[in-house]
Design a binder for this molecule. Structure first.
Ligand code: B12
Length: 215
């Protein structure tokens, strides 16, 4: 329901931490598609806040309040994303945000959508050194490793993950994908990854294609 999508966006823009849970629940009762609520409502709101922060119109406390509002909304909507039907193969995906970067909202959404589509997701969390990501990928036999970075300053860590993967010979065993707002197709290619996607649904399509489940 478009009305609730708009209201969720507005709630993030107004840092309505108290009202967001009630609004999200109300939306679900009125037939809101939870994924649409997250991507076109909450995420659209947080991106606008990010732009205003970048332009110096808002300050860190406001960014934090908006992020908290988004997280509270995601907590209600995320469990209601329907599971996919394709559970024939359990395939492991390791996800992490790179070292020096604590942004996790987008990565978590990617993880949720992959789980909902039958993948087993091992989420290492944020601020993860390259070595820890590669160790885990080896330990669990990850078919795909997904690395997230939200800042131009932390993006070079993605290249580091890929170079180390080459040196550790993990590169030939797993496919590596990268993502986060500043990541472009050109950058993903330049650093030698297997691709990127601009949102969580795109990430699912990419991973499905890489493991041979493409439709
Ligand atoms: C929310 C937010 C925060 C929150 C994070 C809360 C949390 N728990 O994650 C808080 C307030 C903590 C925060 C802190 C900071 N932030 Co901040 N933050 C943001 C903001 C507004 C939104 C990020 C977000 O959650 N977006 C919503 C999600 C849904 O979108 P997404 O992350 O892009 O993810 C989607 C896709 O990119 C993709 N995707 C993501 N990961 C992956 C991975 C793979 C493998 C794939 C395939 C796809 C994929 O799918 C996702 C789902 O759709 C951005 C602005 C922006 N435009 O991105 C700034 C922004 C990233 N932050 C910024 C900054 C500067 C900071 C701070 C340094 C501020 C400070 N002075 O302390 C600190 C960082 C500290 C650190 N060391 O990391 C800058 C970065 C500038 C730069 N250098 O590039 C931005 C761009 C704001 C700005 N315009 O200046 N931030």
């Amino acid at each position: 329901m478009q009305e609730y999508v708009e209201r969720l966006k507005k709630a993030v823009l107004e840092y309505d931490m108290e009202g967001i849970e009630k609004l999200a629940n109300e939306g679900l009762q009125h037939g809101l598609d939870p994924l649409k609520g997250i991507e076109d409502g909450l995420a659209a709101g947080i991106r606008e806040v990010g732009q205003r922060f970048g332009a110096g119109e808002l300050f860190l406390p406001e960014l934090v309040m908006a992020a908290e509002t988004m997280r509270a909304g995601v907590k209600i909507l995320e469990p209601r994303i329907p599971s996919g039907q394709d559970t024939r193969h359990v395939r492991r995906v390791v996800l992490a945000t790179v070292q020096d970067d604590i942004h996790e909202i987008g990565k978590n959404l990617v993880g949720t959508m992959l789980s909902a589509n039958g993948f087993e997701v091992v989420d290492l969390g944020v601020n993860q050194p390259s070595a820890a990501i590669l160790e885990k990928a080896k330990a669990v036999g990850a078919e795909v490793v997904g690395v997230s970075a939200l800042m131009t300053t932390s993006m070079p860590r993605m290249k580091e993950v890929l170079s180390q993967a080459e040196a550790d010979r993990v590169r030939s065993r797993s496919r590596f994908i990268v993502g986060g707002a500043p990541v472009t197709d050109a950058y993903a290619k330049e650093i030698g990854s297997d691709g990127t996607a601009g949102d969580a649904s795109g990430a699912v399509v990419l991973v499905q294609r890489l493991v041979g489940l493409g439709r």
